[in-house]
Write a protein that binds this ligand. Structure first.
Ligand SMILES: [Zn+2]
Length: 305
């Protein structure tokens, strides 16, 4: 179970989505022992799409002196992937010494558009609905922050005299904070509209997914979207800092679809989570952003010139 923070609805939704579809392993705090893990000089990963034969490579950051620990089961699975791709798997002694590429077979987002995303097969369709829901949850949170920032900007744009701004107490961060919150609360129309749109969009998705889920077996396999720029753990049982490789910052956030086993109970948990329903919740969830203080201070400075 992920730790659930009840204070932020959006964070909570994100961690439950990850629990259901992405990362099901617990975190371990010890250094892997040699009997269970193999050190590998991992430098990059290469994605192969069997449908269009497309390939692309993502470099890893050079952490832990370039050595990443693979669980033995992962090494065995990777050997199989090498074999399937007709590549020569390095000898044991070479793993620590020579640059190693991790190969991943999965459907690229272009090809996924045609069959995976349009699939009417029920297990896949349930995942697709959940993924759509996840994107809507994230979009709502992003819109809330943007529209709140816009409200403040609009108010600042309307100020032409420094005397107008000076009538407010701008002496402390607390007083600036209070002023900014009051300004944002006066102009919440865009956030309210976005919330209404979000609620109208998520309700039918949740309804349909729940209906399908009822008839579903406790577990099934489906193709799940993975972002290529997220860290990869090379351990099947448990992950810790020695088994995780971080893609280079230049890696693009492209999605790849890979088969994963899905558990009904986890999907149900994701679908039944509390989602943003009221304006108060949206504003609380978006929180306060320090850059808003800078916007007011910058305005004050520009008027004094
Ligand atoms: Zn493809």
């Amino acid at each position: 179970m992920p730790e659930i923070d009840m204070t932020r609805i959006t964070d909570n939704l994100m961690s439950v989505y990850n629990y259901a579809f992405i990362d099901a392993m617990p975190y371990g705090f010890y250094k892997p022992n040699d009997a269970m893990y193999v050190g590998v000089k991992l430098v990059d990963k290469m994605y192969h799409c069997p449908k269009c034969k497309g390939e692309f490579t993502v470099k890893y950051r050079n952490d832990n002196d370039g050595i990443t620990y693979f669980s033995k089961s992962r090494i065995a699975a990777q050997k199989q992937v090498y074999e399937d791709l007709s590549l020569d798997f390095p000898a044991n002694w070479e793993l620590m010494e020579k640059p190693f590429t991790y190969h991943i077979v999965g459907v690229c987002s272009e090809c996924a558009k045609k069959d995976i995303m349009e699939s009417q097969e029920e297990g896949q369709h349930i995942y697709n609905l959940c993924h759509q829901l996840h994107l809507l949850d994230e979009l709502m949170a992003a819109k809330a922050k943007k529209y709140m920032t816009d409200s403040l900007q609009k108010w600042l744009d309307g100020i032409t005299e420094s005397s107008y701004l000076m009538q407010f107490d701008l002496s402390t961060r607390e007083s600036l904070r209070d002023l900014i919150c009051a300004v944002i609360l006066q102009d919440t129309k865009a956030v309210e509209d976005a919330l209404q749109e979000y609620r109208d969009a998520v309700q039918p998705i949740i309804y349909e997914a729940k209906q399908l889920l009822e008839k579903q077996t406790p577990a099934w396999k489906a193709n799940v979207a993975h972002s290529c720029s997220l860290p990869d753990s090379m351990s099947d049982e448990e992950y810790h800092e020695y088994t995780v490789a971080f893609p280079d910052e230049s890696s693009e956030g492209q999605d790849f679809y890979m088969e994963k086993s899905i558990e009904k109970e986890r999907v149900s948990m994701f679908l039944t989570q509390h989602r943003l329903t009221s304006l108060e919740e949206v504003l609380m969830d978006a929180g306060f952003h320090e850059e808003w203080i800078d916007m007011v201070v910058d305005k004050g400075t520009s008027l004094k010139k």
